[in-house]
Ligand binder design. Structure first.
Ligand SMILES: [Mg+2]
Length: 407
């Protein structure tokens, strides 16, 4: 028995935007790490991990992951909030890491063993205009990627109208440009038409709507991009309007992927059970960790739906490792999103996932196979520790009249 002795958070990356959970045991040198990063609310997650959940599990047997998960889940009576699930997710990953180290096996072996030799991933191609985008698509194709996300600049790109060209009231609430749904719904099909002219149908494309449009706009877009044979359309409909996936499904055969904002089983269960989506895209930490996501994957398999765990911009290497271990072991795996790490950031995480030629490779070391060098982690934070504003609340996208657009 390895008794849990301490649960603490280590914040790293510039401004401390990554939160790594470390669970230590009474066995010599036996500990585990997990990801509880939340770029907007790191202090709240750290408080939940260290002050609310740690006292619940310290002294307990680290081996009983499911019982510990359920204990943490019910410890505050109210449950399924995004921050609580992130905190549980970080501890859950650390417990799987400990179990793997105890067993001398990589986590994917504990989950049933490998279903594939490596994990296919998709790249993020983008450009301010179609010429830049094509150049970026060529770059990913040359690296070996067969699935590539195509965006015209930032989320909603293709739909932004410069202030000088938009009819805005005076005074205007907008800065720089305004989002025009009609323009976006014209620009994205035109973008795919040009990509297919350039690249033919030998490469697969996705596109992330990032919930910028109305539900009927999502249906129109799904229909208009059908001739371009997308791998999937991502987050076409906002979490507040999930019921619209029923209408979308009857109108369009464009594959749908959604889930990066989900933290509650009531969000993903109906979409899976009614076969309204094709890829479930929760972030592993946000759904409650490896324990929660292996259940989501099993549920999805029963209904013919594949996984595409969210990674991308601000995720950390430990969350990536947890996703890749799941990817290795899940039969109904679909695709894995790439991350954006700087070389010096990866240096702090020995045994990190290796990306090569459109594939991700886990280390074969026991557990998650990734270790955090705590001194290097401290160096990464840098001097100017300040609150992150990835989506600056003062610079959120607005329509011409000033109305906020969902981020
Ligand atoms: Mg996304």
């Amino acid at each position: 028995m390895a008794k849990i002795m301490s649960v603490e958070c280590i914040r790293t990356r510039k401004n401390g935007t990554w939160t790594i959970v470390k669970v230590t045991t009474d066995q010599d040198g036996l500990y585990g790490i997990g990801s509880a990063s939340d770029i907007y609310n790191p202090e709240a997650v750290v408080m939940i991990v260290e002050q609310l959940l740690a006292p619940v599990i310290i002294g307990r047997d680290a081996a009983n992951i499911e019982d510990l998960w359920q204990t943490m889940y019910m410890s505050g009576y109210w449950r399924n909030g995004a921050l609580l699930q992130t905190a549980i997710g970080g501890i859950d990953m650390a417990l799987w890491d400990i179990k793997g180290k105890e067993a001398g096996l990589p986590v994917y072996q504990l989950l049933g063993g490998a279903c594939r030799a490596a994990v296919p991933c998709y790249g993020h191609a983008g450009g301010r205009d179609i010429a830049e985008l094509k150049e970026d698509v060529y770059r990913f194709k040359e690296e070996g990627y067969t699935v590539i996300r195509a965006q015209l600049g930032g989320y909603g790109g293709g739909g932004f109208v410069e202030l000088g060209k938009a009819n805005v009231p005076s005074p205007s609430w907008a800065s720089g440009s305004v989002f025009d749904e009609h323009a976006y719904l014209q620009a994205i099909p035109a973008m795919f038409e040009q990509l297919r002219e350039e690249f033919g149908f030998g490469v697969q494309f996705t596109h992330d709507v990032h919930e910028h449009v109305s539900p009927i706009g999502a249906i129109q877009l799904s229909k208009r991009v059908e001739p371009y044979d997308l791998f999937y359309l991502e987050d076409a409909i906002a979490p507040e309007q999930l019921g619209w996936y029923r209408q979308l499904r009857t109108q369009s055969a464009t594959p749908q992927a959604v889930g990066e904002l989900f933290a509650n089983p009531q969000e993903w269960t109906p979409l899976i059970q009614e076969r309204l989506i094709d890829f479930i895209r929760v972030r592993v930490s946000k759904a409650g960790g490896i324990s929660a996501c292996r259940k989501i994957a099993a549920l999805a398999e029963a209904f013919g739906i594949r996984t595409a765990w969210q990674e991308g911009g601000e995720n950390d290497p430990v969350n990536q490792a947890a996703a890749v271990h799941l990817d290795m072991a899940i039969w109904n795996f679909g695709i894995q999103e790439i991350n954006h790490f700087r070389p010096e950031e990866l240096e702090a995480f020995e045994g990190h996932i290796v990306r090569r030629g459109g594939y991700l490779y886990p280390s074969d070391k026991p557990g998650l196979g990734i270790e955090l060098d705590e001194l290097k982690a401290l160096e990464l934070v840098g001097g100017d520790w300040k609150r992150s504003v990835y989506f600056n609340p003062y610079k959120l996208d607005r329509k011409a009249d000033g109305t906020l657009v969902r981020p």
